[in-house]
Write a protein that binds this ligand. Structure first.
Ligand code: NAD
Length: 332
């Protein structure tokens, strides 16, 4: 479509897409009640990206391609992130992963690099701060520069330690999620009580963490996987794999399903392996996150306005998501 469209038609379609995507984002991020599947959102988003690439003068500052997340919920204190919490660019095919690899290799100018592959948890991004080893604050990603202070709720999650095994000051980031079994039980209970059910475990987790009553959060079984170390005082790590190993040593929960690879072909094998295994996992994933492993390489690659240039999220295809939904329905 983006090939044949004129400037005026593109302007009109961009305005339409912006209104639609803003509406869907509000339902997804603020209300935790999406009305369309993620795949449909991703298609509309991609159409917008292609139109903006064709006509860069039509890119507006408030375009969904230039912003992270949605607006913040009233009722929670707003907290500024020291380092922005960004999104990830997406890939939907092996070819797009190969394109990503070509770009990385160009940016790094023949510097050797490897890829750290992780499962893409379908939950809610959160930043956890520890001071001298003591849990201090938890903040949602929000709009990327400001998030909601959800410390009281996050304290009720049993897999988040209140003290680290070493008295370090750090900020770890990760995904809060609801295991599939807890999601099914919660929806069953809500149905019995005549309450609206959650669309998926991601929305259930987000709605639970952004509930104003910590007792409600405590009554639901949330968990966490930490996937990055945004700040660290008094110690150094050289790579994503070292950062996750340190988080493990400190007692912070990370996902063990991760591996380092030298080539994008090996990365693709990992993607295919987990595309098969995803229905067996006790939590929902919607893809694989591929990150350049070495921190000096990450620094060299840098960021766009919305996402790191050293990482990409491969999103599983739609039929897989439908199969998963069916699996959940059947097991109820
Ligand atoms: P994203 O979900 O595509 O990727 C970024 C996020 O991935 C991070 O913020 C983090 O929360 C998460 N993540 C999970 N595992 C990770 C790991 N191992 N390492 C790093 N990050 C990890 O991007 P987004 O900006 O959060 O959301 C956009 C997506 O949300 C869309 O692509 C769409 O699928 C969905 N969405 C759906 C609707 C709808 O109406 N259905 C509306 C808006 C957004």
């Amino acid at each position: 479509m983006a090939e044949e469209i004129s400037f005026d038609q593109a302007r009109e379609r961009i305005d339409e897409l912006k209104v639609l995507l803003d509406k869907y984002s509000h339902e997804y991020y603020v209300l935790d009640q999406p009305t369309i599947p993620d795949e449909e959102y991703d298609q509309l988003y991609r159409e917008l990206v292609e139109l903006e690439e064709k006509y860069p003068t039509l890119v507006q500052n408030d375009s969904p391609t230039q912003r992270v997340g949605g607006s913040l919920l009233e009722g929670f204190e707003k907290v500024q992130h020291d380092i922005p919490m960004l999104s990830l660019d997406n890939a939907f095919s092996k070819e797009e992963l190969q394109d990503f690899d070509r770009k990385v290799s160009q940016i790094l100018e023949d510097q050797p690099y490897t890829y750290h592959c992780e499962l893409k948890m379908d939950g809610l991004a959160v930043s956890l701060k520890y001071e001298n080893g003591k849990f201090k604050q938890a903040v949602t990603r929000g709009n990327g520069s400001e998030g909601e202070n959800v410390t009281a709720n996050v304290k009720t999650i049993r897999s988040i330690p209140l003290s680290l095994k070493e008295p370090l000051t750090l900020e770890a980031r990760g995904e809060i999620y609801m295991p599939k079994s807890s999601f099914i039980a919660l929806n069953q209970q809500r149905e019995e009580q005549g309450e609206a059910v959650f669309a998926n475990p991601r929305n259930a987790a987000a709605g639970t963490i952004r509930n104003l009553d910590p007792k409600v959060t405590a009554s639901r079984n949330l968990s966490v996987f930490l996937y990055s170390l945004a700040q660290l005082d008094g110690k150094e790590v050289q790579s994503q794999s070292e950062a996750l190993a340190l988080l493990d040593d400190l007692g912070l929960k990370t996902n063990p399903e991760r591996r380092v690879f030298e080539s994008i072909d090996e990365v693709w094998d990992f993607v295919e392996e987990y595309q098969e295994k995803r229905t067996e996992l006790p939590y929902e994933i919607d893809g694989i996150v591929i990150k350049v492993n070495e921190l000096d390489n990450q620094e060299k690659a840098g960021f766009t306005v919305k996402a790191p240039r050293w990482a990409i999220a491969y999103k599983f295809p739609a039929e897989e998501a439908e199969t998963l939904l069916k699996t959940i329905e059947w097991s109820v």
